[in-house]
Design a protein around this ligand. Structure first.
Ligand SMILES: Cc1cc2nc3c(=O)[nH]c(=O)nc-3n(C[C@H](O)[C@H](O)[C@H](O)COP(=O)(O)O)c2cc1C
Length: 158
């Protein structure tokens, strides 16, 4: 059983739905899931270290930016060392914004990369409300992150 943290920011529910799909998928496989919302829950960058993996969901706001409620966490990442931590990043955007479609996902991904995090390479972006294919992709991302966790365990056991 893995211990997975899901953090997400969502103003209108699209990223929240993605987070919930991943949580349900993981819980159905008997993994332990802690799900936190940047708006309501206390979240620190350090706590990523307490879990086998973290899935971080973020919608894009303000023409390519991260949302306000994630700024503190994002800045805190400059101060932490997360080498060996495993993460996946996902989030909703709106393709009508053109070049800045889902760029908060990229900003978060790149910041985590700077902290030494082992990231799943897929930056999962959904255009507004997740459709069936997007939901499958959310489950795939959760599944792939679990595989990274079991790969790490296998390395430790060697
Ligand atoms: C002021 C404002 C600016 C936005 N800027 C962008 C943007 O630059 N790129 C993008 O992909 N979406 C942008 N969006 C759209 C949201 O990211 C999109 O509606 C997303 O699906 C919201 O996800 P949520 O339901 O999880 O909050 C913007 C929305 C607002 C209200």
């Amino acid at each position: 059983m893995s211990n997975i943290l899901i953090l997400y920011a969502s103003a209108s529910g699209n990223t929240e739905l993605m987070a919930e799909v991943m949580a349900t998928y993981l819980e159905n496989l008997q993994h332990k899931v802690t799900i936190k919302n940047f708006d309501f829950d206390q979240i620190t960058a350090e706590e990523i270290k307490d879990y086998d993996a973290a899935l971080i969901g973020i919608y894009t706001y303000d023409y390519g930016e991260i949302p306000y409620e994630v700024e503190f966490f994002y800045d805190e990442l400059d101060e932490v060392e997360l080498t060996g931590s495993i993460c996946g990043v996902f989030g909703a955007g709106d393709s009508a914004y053109g070049d800045t479609f889902g760029t908060a996902v990229d900003l978060m991904y790149e910041k985590l990369e700077e902290c030494g995090v082992h990231l799943h390479p897929v930056r999962l972006k959904v255009d507004l409300t997740p459709d069936k294919k997007d939901i499958r992709n959310c489950e795939e991302l959760a599944k792939s992150v679990l595989l990274l966790v079991s790969g790490k365990e296998a390395n430790v056991a060697e």
